[in-house]
Design a protein around this ligand. Structure first.
Ligand SMILES: N[C@@H](CCC(=O)N[C@@H](CS)C(=O)NCC(=O)O)C(=O)O
Length: 207
């Protein structure tokens, strides 16, 4: 199934939350248009944007007359509406396991690697040491989970992988090295070799 018109994705190029959605739209082969939201100038807090997402955050999608915010909620919608059934399994146990990683993406992944990167790239007023410690705990957990597994849930990629990928892959931009986590690095490489993978731009600020 294809949308009647291109899906509009409101995002910011260096936002991992936006990238998750862009990556999945691409992998599903869905026509879409990326609409730049000027986060540095607080465009996300303007009334016109708040009408789309009262939380004042990217990403948001518009698919016809459906408007949705929150990256993992958007992944669920796209998987159910346009996916082949494998991206978000119907089996109750596997569906719950995918949800565990969507929660991880909105919790530990945000609190660790995403926040460490926000400090380094955008000078966000956050506790860098704490974010770094949380990032390393997360990487340890993921590395142990991925030992002997190709993907986070089951034997094929799901939206669990899509949700967790962007900020884990870009953790080094926040001063969080992946060197000690071979299974995580293998998983990152596996995601990057999937058909229609599209990278999040590396920040020039991190160089
Ligand atoms: N839970 C949300 C978090 C989205 C989020 O934190 N977006 C950031 C960019 S990465 C944002 O818009 N920040 C601007 C702000 O909060 O004002 C999601 O998964 O979409």
């Amino acid at each position: 199934m294809q949308p009647n018109q291109p899906i509009r994705l409101y995002g910011f190029p260096l936002s991992g939350h936006s990238h998750r959605v862009q990556l999945f739209l691409n992998m599903l082969g869905l026509p879409h248009e990326f609409i730049y939201v000027d986060l540095p100038n607080k465009a996300q807090k303007e009334a016109s944007f708040l009408a789309r997402n009262p939380r004042g955050q990217v990403p948001v999608i518009e698919d016809g007359d459906i408007t949705l915010y929150d990256s993992t909620a958007i992944l669920v919608y796209l998987a159910r509406q346009y996916g082949d059934g494998g991206w978000l399994p119907g089996d109750p146990v596997d569906a719950a396991r995918v949800q565990q990683f969507l929660s991880l993406a909105s919790g530990e992944v945000l609190e660790g690697p995403a926040k460490a990167r926000m400090v380094k790239l955008f000078n966000a007023p956050l506790d860098y040491q704490q974010a770094k410690e949380k990032a390393f705990s997360l990487l340890q957990l993921l590395d142990a989970h991925l030992a002997g597994r190709n993907f986070l849930v089951g034997t094929r990629p799901t939206i669990a992988d899509i949700a967790c990928y962007s900020y884990v892959a870009h953790a080094p931009e926040g001063g969080v090295s992946l060197d000690a986590y071979p299974h995580v690095r293998g998983w990152v490489a596996r995601i990057e070799s999937l058909p229609d993978f599209v990278p999040m731009p590396a920040s020039p600020l991190a160089a």
